[in-house]
Design a binder for this molecule. Structure first.
Ligand code: IMP
Length: 200
């Protein structure tokens, strides 16, 4: 079985392929099939955005399509940046400018607790939808630390490990991350679906 990943990100493809490959599913990027759909993320939740992307790419390609949507939710900012994580501070900022803005906006506020969240949606041509979610709790560091990873990793502090995400190896991060947790949960959902006796 072949799934289209509703993304242009080869890093995401690798992560998806690792989990879904074990279930005999091949994952390809939408660009590899020439599917030029760029969905506006107009949903108010990660789950809505993931579903919007998966359904649009499924409709365009006629194949099962899988998508994920993630973001960082900071308690003292009432859950912001949330679904606006990728756009925090407006267009054209670098990742570093965005997380430095977040540090400034959080100055003097407590608590610094936060979590990363990922929603995964998979849409099938027959209208079936499978979903899964994952999260990872942490706090916002007082200053950036570490050089690995991407996005907000340098300021996401994992209290149990006393390190930021950017100070973890990819394997260490994947074992506890929101995306890792969502992917593992999705793997179980998909395994149940593929094994269901009445599936055509
Ligand atoms: P996306 O939905 O995975 O594209 O991510 C949305 C936003 O959240 C982007 O700004 C990413 O940089 C940020 N983000 C998502 N996952 C992570 C992560 O694991 N570490 C740091 N930033 C992340």
């Amino acid at each position: 079985m072949k799934f289209v990943l509703a993304s242009h990100n080869p890093g995401k493809l690798k992560e998806m392929q690792e989990v879904l490959g074990q279930l005999g599913v091949e994952v390809v990027l939408q660009s590899q099939l020439g599917i030029q759909v760029d969905v506006e993320e107009t949903g108010t939740t990660f789950a809505e955005n993931a579903l919007l992307k998966a359904q649009a790419v499924c409709a365009a390609g006629g194949l099962p399509a899988i998508s994920d949507d993630s973001g960082l939710c900071v308690d003292a900012l009432n859950g912001a940046p949330g679904v606006y994580t990728a756009r925090y501070g407006g267009e054209g900022l670098t990742d570093e400018q965005r997380y430095r803005l977040l540090l400034r906006n959080l100055q003097g506020l407590t608590p610094r607790t936060c979590h990363f969240e990922t929603a995964i949606a998979c849409a099938f041509p027959d209208g079936t939808v499978l979903t899964a979610e994952g999260r990872c709790d942490g706090t916002v560091a007082y200053a950036p630390m570490g050089t690995d990873g991407f996005g907000y990793d340098p300021i996401f502090w994992v209290p149990g490990l006393k390190k930021t995400f950017a100070q973890l190896s990819p394997e260490e991060k994947n074992a506890i991350s929101h995306r890792g947790n969502a992917l593992r949960a999705f793997g179980k959902v998909l395994e149940g679906y593929l094994g269901a006796p009445n599936r055509q």
